[in-house]
Structure formats: C-alpha cells, structure tokens
Design a protein around this ligand. Structure first.
Ligand SMILES: C[S@@+](CC[C@H](N)C(=O)[O-])C[C@H]1O[C@@H](n2cnc3c(N)ncnc32)[C@H](O)[C@@H]1O
Length: 250
C-alpha cells in the first residue's frame, strides 16, 4: 500500500530494492527512522512484531492519532480547507498550548499535504482532493493496528529492540542533507549510529546517499549501489536524472 503522507527522503522509489534484500527469516521488524514509512507499508505485514519509530514528535503524534483516533481525526480534518490563509495559521497553531493531540495531528497533516514538496514551510498551491486523503486514513488505521509506535532517538530504540532475530531497516537523514529535517542530525550522530550498528545482535539494512565518507565509515560491511530517478528533476525537466544510493547490510 502507499503511504498517506509525503516526507523528505521518502523511500517510495527505493522500497522494492530494500525489501528484496530482507533476510529469509526474522521475527521482529524495526523501522528506526520511520518518516512516511514506505518500507513498512510495502507489505500487509512483514512479521508479527513491527515497530515504527521517528524522533519527530509531530510525525509520531500523527501516526498515533491515525492508529488510535482515526474517526476523530477524520472529523477534525473534514472542517479544514486547502488554502494559503489556513496553511499560515496552522504553521503557528501546531505548537500553541491548549490544543489536543488530535487537533495538532490534523494541522500537521494539512501542513504536510498542502506544502511544497511536503516541506511544511511553504504553501504548495496544489489542487488536492481532501476527501480522498481523509478517507484513505482508514486503510492506514488498519495497517497500523498492530504496529508499535515509538518516539525515541535511534540509539535508545536499538538498545530496547535489538535481538538476534531482529531486522532493522534504517534510513537516517543523508550525509549533507541533514538541514532539511526538523530533528537535528550531526556528523557525530552518523558516527554514533555506526558504533551502534557495529555491535548489533540482529540484522540491519541501511540506506544512505553515495558519499565517500559514508563508504569509508561502513567499509567493514556489505555495500551495494542502486541507481534511482530523482523525482523532482524528472518532474520539472522531463528528463530522467539518475543518482546513486547505497544499501549497506551486515
Ligand atoms: C530520510 S527520513 C526517513 C524516510 C523514510 N524512510 C521514508 O520512507 O519516508 C529520516 C527520518 O529520521 C528522523 N530522525 C532524525 N533524527 C533522528 C534520531 N536521532 N532518531 C530517530 N529518528 C531520527 C527524521 O525525523 C526523519 O523522519
């Protein structure tokens, strides 16, 4: 199934390549840098135990509200319009005191859906059928019904869920693109992640941009290169523009 939101760095185009590298057997699936969760949503269920995690609390609140309060969220959204004035209001309202989690989730959802490239900063001026978007949340509610949703820094999450039968999929902010995410990710965080993965008991699949420093950092692991189209360049120039991504595995 498709994700219900857009997100910077989403793995819509790469998810087939990722899933085909999954090991034959594992009993828990953990998506450590969840974002819009394309890889999680690529199957009705990967295994009995699935975990979605992201450090961005607005995003996690939205996932939790879809899972636990879907009809209430849909009702809240049904009063909202795709308009620049409301977009500007929502930007300020997400963080005011006194609104409920459902009201915050609805505003955050509209910011993602109506912004340019899901950047939640600039109004996208795109015609969207909000009724279809709102109805689709029911499918996501069903898909998330047994998924554990966490809001932790990756190293705390790995400490809790890493077991010999675990498969971790990790899609951290790419080296050099960290500024596009609300959650700060610094060079020391890339190094911290590398340290965690070196002592992992389970299996991992990690995606990154093709970057010399990352190749060096993970030189002890299996690294495969895949080429994919850039969505934005193809959309605006009518030409396909390929760039390389790394899939790193233990
Ligand atoms: C490249 S995106 C993930 C895209 C996702 N795989 C998809 O298909 O949509 C990276 C995500 O990592 C999250 N993140 C940043 N720092 C984090 C941290 N310290 N621990 C966990 N998640 C973090 C960001 O909020 C962002 O959603």
């Amino acid at each position: 199934m498709n994700s219900f939101i857009g997100w910077i760095g989403g793995k819509r185009l790469l998810r087939k390549e990722i899933v085909k590298r999954f090991p034959d057997s594992f009993n828990r699936y953990i998506e450590v840098f969840g974002g819009e969760a394309w890889t999680l949503f690529s199957k009705d269920r990967h295994v009995e135990m699935e975990v979605y995690n992201d450090y961005n609390s607005d995003l996690v609140n939205l996932f939790r509200c879809v899972k636990h309060h879907c009809p209430e969220l849909q009702r809240e959204l049904s009063y909202m319009l795709n308009s620049r004035e409301l977009f500007d209001d929502f930007k300020g309202q997400c963080y005011i005191k006194g609104i409920t989690d459902i009201q915050r989730a609805a505003r955050f959802f509209m910011l993602i859906k109506t912004s340019y490239g899901a950047d939640i900063k600039s109004f996208g001026c795109v015609k969207r059928n909000t009724a279809v978007m709102i109805e689709y949340l029911q499918e996501i509610e069903k898909r998330l019904s047994k998924v554990v949703i966490e809001n932790r820094d990756f190293s705390d999450l790995i400490k809790v869920y890493d077991k010999p039968d675990a498969l971790l999929y990790l899609d951290p902010p790419y080296h050099g693109t960290e500024k596009y995410y609300q959650a700060q990710f610094k060079k020391e965080d890339h190094i911290r992640l590398n340290v965690e993965l070196k002592k992992l008991k389970g299996r991992f699949i990690l995606s990154y941009n093709d970057d010399e420093w990352i190749r060096e950092l993970y030189s002890d692991f299996r690294i495969e290169t895949v080429n994919r189209n850039s969505n934005l360049v193809s959309r605006y120039s009518n030409k396909s523009h390929k760039y390389a991504e790394l899939i790193i595995m233990n």
